[in-house]
Write a protein that binds this ligand. Structure first.
Ligand code: ATP
Ligand code: MG
Length: 562
């Protein structure tokens, strides 16, 4: 793995502390964890937190971490999601080795466990409709009522369950329920549903089954079958834990993993749930699951985030038991810091203004040397062509500049980075619109490389590219997808109404230094003074890259709020 910071001196989070204690007391020889996604969507940055926790514990202890697909709802699950999830976990730098599992691998075993529960008198087939079951369940303040089917004989239950399995009944007509306690203060314990009829082909088991086990029955047993030691999940599963334990205790499984809950990642300026991400995709508010504005792993990858930056982010936010919100700036800072070290510096003009250097020979082309990283000489240098006509950033010239504007203006001299000192001479305007079409300047031949010929100082240094050598390219300025910190908490407006209309600005006519034409797909560079950009993996053509802005050089959002 690239460049991961040492985390050794940090105090252990509460989960790693529990594990360390279990190893010390000899309860376990080594931990076995798992990451259990449901293949019904793409992974997002919240999942990365869980992946880094589970696989991180595996790496730290040189012990296995399983990748297990929790595929018990065939109507929503697809192989494309399975493949994207595998790709994303591997891209983050984690390795499940031979430990790739599917809950659907256990359908036979789970069925046998269900039969065993029926035989023990601990499960029954119920004929109430979904709506009736909800109605009978009671509320937080009122106990539930027992189903009229609750006292069926074991024989009748075995027969009905077999007939459910054989496809004799329609969807929704029967379910298998655990027989626990309809007056339990924990609603999850009020005879929860264990199996339902779903006549729908499964992405792996095809038409073999028409009954499917529910999450609460599947998850604990899958953990036990795989001999997971610590089953780590988010806080909303806290009240599922008694059921998790009930199933394993009742069935006396040889292994009884310990479920431990931690706070999920909540991030400002985004939405996280797969349902909402799907809404963004299906409503064409973004260009797909891997749109660079999406906080999916595939979107972040396309945006230019590195695995190291995401892992660093997860490490920074840590693991706790209390719900909290993390500012988007923390994530952006993680990639900014990573790219600050790694990304070669380059020059590109986003909004070009042509400058003609009147006293520079017409057909001369010189090569000037530029550093690839001013703070890191190991990254070497490159040469840039310099010629009579160059482009500079339109915003680096002002016709009537204030005193503190240290760039180009009438009567002013600036340094072209790695180039020459140039002095403003005149400008050409479109007579009709007043738009500045080009500038004329003169250069000081003694200032090659941007060094002062006679000790005279210029305050401003601006970037440039040689006009006839420049690569013309498309650049997309991406920004946060939402304008407000928490788009979901607004009771009046739907979250979609908070989309930032400027979350993508596409610039067609940018001018970049010529060597950028040959960058590999996905590679990241800094455009000096502009930000970090990566070569889009989808829309670039050979020799014709499209650049995505990964992140600006500074956080402009925090300033805006002050
Ligand atoms: P979502 O609620 O976003 O639709 P999910 O929880 O339904 O996601 P799963 O595929 O069931 O998605 O999640 C796999 C694992 O990732 C679970 O263990 C879940 O607890 C964890 N996870 C999901 N979202 C987050 C989050 N925001 N922070 C930390 N862990 C998360
Ligand atoms: Mg889930």
């Amino acid at each position: 793995m690239e460049n991961l910071p040492a985390t050794k001196d940090k105090p252990l989070d509460f989960i790693r502390q529990i594990i360390a204690d279990d190893l010390k007391t000899g309860k376990h020889a080594h931990p076995v964890t798992r990451f259990p996604p449901e293949p019904n969507g793409y992974l997002h940055i919240g999942h990365a937190k869980s992946i880094c926790l589970n696989f991180g514990i595996g790496e730290e202890n040189n012990s296995p971490c399983h990748l297990r697909f929790d595929d018990t709802n065939p109507t929503k699950e697809e192989d494309v999601y399975v493949n994207s999830i595998k790709e994303d976990v591997a891209w983050l730098g984690f390795d499940w080795q031979e430990n790739l599992f599917y809950a659907s691998d256990y359908f036979d075993q789970l069925h046998d466990y269900a039969v065993e529960l029926i035989k023990m008198g601990k499960a029954y087939v119920c004929d109430l409709s979904g709506e009736q079951i909800r109605e009978y369940r009671g509320t937080l303040t009122e106990p539930g009522r027992e189903s009229p089917c609750r006292n069926r004989s074991v024989e009748e239950n075995l027969d009905l369950f077999a007939r459910m399995r054989n496809g004799e009944f329609d969807n929704g007509t029967h379910v298998l329920r655990a027989k626990i306690d309809m007056s339990s203060p924990n609603i999850k314990m009020r005879d929860p549903v264990l199996y339902r009829i779903m006549k729908h082909p499964h992405h792996r088991t095809g038409d073999t089954w028409c009954i499917y086990p529910m999450y609460d029955f599947t998850h604990c047993l899958s953990d036990a079958i795989e001999e997971i030691t610590h089953s780590l999940c988010t806080l909303e599963f806290e009240d599922h834990r008694p059921l998790y334990d009930w199933v394993l205790e009742t069935l006396q499984t040889p292994c009884h993993p310990r479920q431990i809950e931690f706070a999920r990642l909540n991030l400002t300026y985004t939405v996280m749930s797969k349902r909402k991400l799907l809404k963004l995709v299906e409503g064409n508010h973004v260009e797909g699951w891997d749109d660079p504005r999406m906080l999916t792993i595939s979107g972040l990858r396309r945006r230019g985030y590195t695995p190291a930056s995401i892992r660093q982010f997860c490490d920074t936010i840590g693991i706790g038991k209390r719900e909290s919100w993390i500012d988007m700036g923390v994530l952006e800072n993680a990639i900014r810091e990573d790219l600050n070290d790694k990304a070669p510096r380059t020059m590109a003009i986003l909004d070009p203004l042509k400058v003609i250097i009147d006293n520079y020979p017409d057909d001369l082309v010189e090569e000037v040397e530029a550093k690839n990283h001013p703070q890191n000489p190991d990254m070497g240098t490159r040469t840039l062509p310099f010629s009579r006509e160059i482009y500079i950033e339109r915003s680096d010239f002002m016709e009537d500049p204030p005193r503190k504007f240290f760039r180009l203006g009438p009567g002013r001299e600036v340094r072209l980075r790695y180039g020459y000192y140039i002095t403003f001479a005149s400008m050409v305007k479109d007579e009709r619109t007043g738009e500045i079409l080009e500038l004329h300047c003169t250069y000081d031949p003694e200032s090659k490389g941007g060094s002062s010929p006679d000790g005279r100082k210029v305050k401003g240094t601006i970037h440039w590219v040689s006009a006839k050598h420049a690569l013309t390219c498309q650049v997309r300025l991406y920004d946060r997808l939402f304008l407000v910190e928490n788009p979901e908490s607004d009771k009046e407006k739907e979250f979609l109404e908070h989309i930032n209309p400027e979350s993508i600005i596409t610039l067609e006519n940018c001018k970049a230094e010529p060597a950028l034409a040959n960058l590999a797909l996905g590679s990241c560079v800094q455009f000096e003074r502009q930000g970090y950009f990566c070569v889009d993996t989808k829309d670039s053509q050979p020799g014709q890259p499209v650049f995505n802005r990964t992140v600006t050089l500074r956080n402009s959002w925090s300033k805006m709020q002050m």
